[in-house]
Design a protein around this ligand. Structure first.
Ligand SMILES: *[C@@H]1O[C@H](CO)[C@@H](O)[C@H](O)[C@H]1NC(C)=O
Ligand SMILES: *[C@@H]1O[C@H](CO)[C@@H](O)[C@H](O)[C@H]1NC(C)=O
Ligand SMILES: *[C@@H]1O[C@H](CO)[C@@H](O)[C@H](O)[C@H]1NC(C)=O
Ligand SMILES: *[C@@H]1O[C@H](CO)[C@@H](O)[C@H](O)[C@H]1NC(C)=O
Ligand SMILES: *[C@@H]1O[C@H](CO)[C@@H](O)[C@H](O)[C@H]1NC(C)=O
Ligand SMILES: *[C@@H]1O[C@H](CO)[C@@H](O)[C@H](O)[C@H]1NC(C)=O
Length: 936
């Protein structure tokens, strides 16, 4: 009966807790932006501030005092009050409810305002759980000190604690939580590190005021680059100019900097931008991103290309930023950065233009965060949590945070290990009832235990799990049963106090040795062994023992039951509270940065995978159209073509970071029902391969100039993979079927970043060396050493295909004993017979000089040794030279007929508009008609 009641009560408690939690959550969503919590420390009333943020007083905090302050030029309500704490050795913690597996920005702010009339600027510590977050140093009574942290919640609550005053008293003005969605702040070692915010700067700001909510939906504070210049931003280079625009900026996702931040920038008119920043918390390892958007109207011939220069980091200067190309247009965001970079306290950096750029660099915003190592917390944290959960209303159970770190609770002592253990527990005279918590018997480092003066009932538990116990105080309780013989196994036991309980039976003789102080007076039924009446007592003892045993069984069932409930409760927390982000299929890396398409949405979009538009080593590609009309290519990866979920999700995370106008845009992914799916923009004109050899070839032959443009586009995409990304990306599987053409016949490279996923695609040579026969770098094949020059080899093969219109491998085309385009072309070119390899369908519509330029470059690309091959950037230069030769030649060809030049003007005007597949055909047929007359 007892047991049933207790269980039901317990269950009822959980229900009550859950419904309270629900109410609380719903209230929050009604009253304020979901996922926002703004605590006005020391405040009295709820209020909405000028920004529209809803503030609540910190009435949950029972410790400390509150004070009113008044500071010049600060009239915000939340800064008129604060809460302060005694300067003792305790910590004072705020418990904040969060949603597990969700990322948050946590901000604490401190405005001293001489609240204690001491004019002694306080210095104290703030921690998040067991992790020391920062030492707060007040250096001005009238300015606000901020500390910000980005963290991934792993439990349903976090504690923020103030402690350890060096001078003055710890105090706090506000505590703010801002929930992110998926988040650009995902990092690889999120379980080991927090990101501590060091700098978040809006460059070219038009006032000193920071930009935050509601412009920034996550209420990040983007500091103006004009404030605190003296010690924050100094050394602004000569020629640095502010620029701004009113035009909308496509920031692509809500977690990128807000539009208003991106609408201003600084430009280095003299060719460079240099800055020196003080980075709070550094030196150390940091996360650093720059944000760019082209907001100036550049002349058609102008280019803006620049590099980052960090002293001592020459490698970082390799990547070239070309904002318009990287962002795929003007007024669009590009966000290159580093996930892990060693940075000094005083960071000097420079953006310098490249020698071939006509414009100096531009910078809109920047963010730098420091990796802060998380503390694992004390080893006994879970056990203690179990103990205090039974007394959750008692004040000693409210201290919050970790029992040992960074300072201990008032009733606990710990050893000094990095992952400390509890050595002492003092819960004397706390009015505790029930049986002695079993968790206490599992504290393996425990030396002293004080439970005297409470109302504990039940028996003395088995303490053999605490072999170091030296002192046990159990006196003045209601304990029953005997002194367990397990006490005799505690070899370090020196003092045992059990007087004034209801113990009975005999004292085990081993406890009566000289070394042990044992006080068992005041227990009517408890006697030394060996006296008269022994027999009777043993019987009583045993029946008491049996009762105790029964009781113990009931208790242990209860505990088990309760444990289960707790577990179920936690489960529910993680999976199903309303308003909570649905934990995605992959859960980790991918879901945080890439868009997730539910399988059902893709089934609708593709009409159940109706129209197949391609297939390759990685799987089959289907055409799809989303509800809002956007056309997509849906690539269903071949079973087993990726090495497991984790690998897949890492690749997806990587893919979503790569942006360039000459790379096929990755839109998202799906992994359900055993299907792994990648979603890309749809490329209307299919693959280059189809245009060179496929059935479409006969109707739509591509001119030489178009082929050169395609080569330039593709090479630029590859150049970005090689030089625009750090670490650089090697494609590994370049071929004409991986070069896709959009509506306007502009080329984009596809399947980048996927090669690592494949175990064994159909076209691959072996499971270790990957690539396609005919395109595969022989040096890589032999050495298995992959370099960017392997891509250059494959690109050389593609150039040869563009010249000849022949496939890379053919059994018929290249004569006896030759299957390979490289051998065949080399033989011809080296003997001066270039005509012998030129695609006959070009009908001599090309300039022979431009043809030679490409042919020679192609041969360089397919040199047997990587070191002899040019870089892709050098190849681009030659393609551009060939293009300008060809354009000049074409102008002359066109000049031979006025009528034709008018037609070609017409066609190029047409090109500017939005073209569908049909008008592309139109364009191509006009192109044909241009070609015809000169051929005559
Ligand atoms: C503040 O608002 C909450 C709910 O939104 C309410 O429960 C609480 O009583 C209010 N506090 C004050 C001081 O008005
Ligand atoms: C702060 O000011 C409020 C009125 O604005 C007053 O009710 C409160 O008692 C003051 N608190 C202290 C600690 O002076
Ligand atoms: C606070 O001060 C600012 C300017 O100093 C002013 O615009 C604003 O109206 C003031 N707000 C209140 C609540 O007094
Ligand atoms: C508290 O501060 C003192 C003095 O700064 C320092 O020696 C001690 O290690 C700090 N304690 C903790 C737990 O951080
Ligand atoms: C001890 O607990 C009982 C019942 O829970 C309560 O009535 C009593 O007031 C408490 N005594 C103290 C000193 O807290
Ligand atoms: C044992 O405990 C009783 C009651 O607290 C006390 O009066 C007595 O002095 C203690 N005896 C010893 C030897 O400590």
């Amino acid at each position: 009966m007892e047991a049933m009641d207790a269980t039901q009560r317990c269950y009822y408690h959980h229900l009550l807790f859950l419904s309270l939690a629900l109410l609380f959550l719903m209230d929050l969503t009604k009253a304020q932006r979901p996922g926002f919590l703004s605590l006005d420390c020391g405040g009295k009333d709820n209020f909405t501030d000028e920004l529209g943020l809803w503030w609540t007083p910190d009435t949950q905090m029972l410790s400390g005092g509150t004070a009113n302050i008044s500071v010049a030029n600060e009239n915000r309500t939340q800064y008129k009050t604060l809460r302060y704490f005694p300067a003792d050795n305790r910590k004072y913690c705020y418990m904040l409810n969060v949603i597990s597996r969700t990322r948050y920005l946590l901000r604490a702010s401190f405005l001293y305002g001489n609240f204690d009339s001491n004019n002694v600027y306080p210095k104290f510590d703030i921690s998040l759980g067991p992790t020391h977050w920062a030492t707060v140093v007040i250096s001005d009574a009238g300015s606000i000190e901020y500390q910000e942290l980005i963290f991934l919640a792993t439990e349903p609550a976090v504690s923020v604690c103030l402690s350890n005053a060096t001078t003055g008293q710890p105090f706090i003005s506000t505590l703010e939580l801002r929930q992110f969605n998926g988040s650009i702040y995902m990092t690889q070692n999120e379980n080991e590190f927090f990101l501590s915010v060091s700098a978040r700067i809006n460059f070219g700001a038009d006032s000193d005021a920071p930009i935050r909510y509601p412009y920034d939906p996550f209420d990040r504070i983007w500091e103006s680059d004009t404030v605190r210049k003296a010690n924050y931003l100094v050394d602004v280079a000569a020629g640095t100019e502010k620029v701004s625009t009113q035009k909308p900026i496509d920031v692509s996702s809500g977690e990128m900097p807000p539009e208003k931040v991106m609408q201003t920038a600084v430009v280095g008119r003299n060719g460079s931008l240099t800055y020196r920043l003080n980075l709070d918390g550094f030196p150390g390892f940091g996360w650093a991103f720059s944000y760019f958007a082209e907001i100036e109207d550049l002349a058609p011939t102008a280019t803006r290309k620049f590099r980052l220069v960090l002293p001592g980091n020459p490698d970082l200067s390799k990547a070239i930023v070309n904002i318009q190309e990287n962002a795929q247009g003007k007024y669009r965001l590009y966000e290159p950065g580093f996930y892990n970079l060693s940075l000094p306290f005083v960071l000097s950096f420079k953006f310098g233009k490249t020698s071939d750029s006509t414009m100096g660099p531009l910078l809109n915003a920047m963010e730098i965060n420091k990796y802060l190592k998380k503390s694992d917390g004390s080893l006994d944290g879970q056990l203690v949590a179990g103990i205090i959960s039974a007394y959750s209303t008692a004040d000693w159970a409210q201290e919050g945070g970790d029992p040992c770190l960074p300072t201990t609770w008032s009733w606990i002592q710990c050893n000094t290990d990095p992952q400390p253990k509890i050595t002492s527990i003092k819960l004397s005279r706390k009015n505790l009832t029930g049986s002695i918590p079993s968790e206490l018997t599992k504290l393996s480092g425990l030396v002293e235990l004080w439970l005297d003066g409470n109302s504990f009932s039940g028996t003395i538990p088995d303490f053999s799990g605490c072999p170091n116990l030296k002192t046990i105080h159990l006196e003045d309780n209601q304990l029953i049963g005997g002194l367990p013989t397990s006490l005799t196994s505690l070899s370090n036991l020196r003092e045992l106090y059990v007087q004034n309980n209801k113990l009975s039976g005999t004292v085990p003789s081993n406890l009566l040795n000289k070394g042990l102080i044992l006080n068992y007076t005041g227990n009517i039924g408890l006697h030394k062994g060996g006296s008269a009446g022994n027999h009777k007592k043993i019987i009583i003892g045993s029946s008491v023992g049996a009762t105790a045993l029964l009781l113990a069984t009931i208790i242990s069932c209860l505990l088990m039951h309760k444990g289960k409930k707790n577990y179920a409760n936690r489960d529910q927390h993680e999976h199903g509270l309303p308003g909570q982000r649905v934990v995605s299929k992959l859960g980790d890396a991918a879901s945080e940065v890439a868009h997730y398409f539910p399988l059902s949405e893709l089934e609708d979009a593709t009409r159940n995978f109706e129209r197949k538009v391609g297939s390759g080593g990685f799987g089959v590609v289907y055409y799809g159209k989303l509800k809002e009309g956007k056309e997509i290519a849906v690539k269903v990866l071949t079973n087993n073509s990726f090495q497991g979920k984790r690998e897949f999700s890492n690749e997806v995370a990587l893919l979503s970071r790569i942006h360039h106008r000459n790379l096929v845009e990755f839109l998202g992914y799906c992994q359900e029902e055993g299907k792994s799916v990648l979603v890309y923009e749809f490329m209307h004109n299919g693959t280059l391969k189809e245009h060179l050899y496929g059935p479409v070839m006969h109707e739509r032959r591509i001119s030489w100039i178009k082929r050169l443009e395609i080569a330039e586009d593709a090479a630029k995409g590859i150049e970005y993979l090689h030089t625009g990304c750090i670490p650089s990306i090697i494609h590994r599987d370049l071929k004409t079927s991986n070069i896709l053409l959009d509506k306007n016949m502009r080329a984009k490279v596809s399947d980048f970043g996927l090669s690592k996923l494949a175990i064994d695609g159909a076209s691959h040579v072996s499971s270790i060396v990957r690539g396609t026969v005919g395109y595969l770098d022989p040096e890589y094949y032999i050495s298995q050493q992959l370099t960017d020059k392997s891509d250059v080899y494959s690109f050389g093969v593609i150039l040869l295909e563009l010249i000849s219109g022949q496939e890379a491998i053919s059994n018929e085309s290249f004569g006896v004993n030759c299957r390979n385009i490289v051998q065949w072309a080399k033989l011809h070119i080296e003997s001066g017979d270039i005509q012998g390899i030129i695609d006959p369908t070009l009908h001599k519509e090309y300039d022979i000089q431009s043809m030679w330029k490409i042919a020679e470059k192609a041969l360089m690309c397919v040199q047997p040794h990587g070191s002899m091959r040019p870089s892709i950037s050098e190849v681009i230069k030659d393609i551009q030279d060939a293009l300008s030769i060809e354009r000049g030649a074409e102008a002359i060809r066109e000049g031979s007929s006025d009528e034709i030049s008018r037609q070609s003007l017409h066609s190029s005007l047409n090109l500017g508009g939005s073209l569908d597949l049909g008008s592309t055909e139109h364009y191509l047929s006009i192109d044909d008609s241009i070609a015809q007359p000169t051929a005559r």
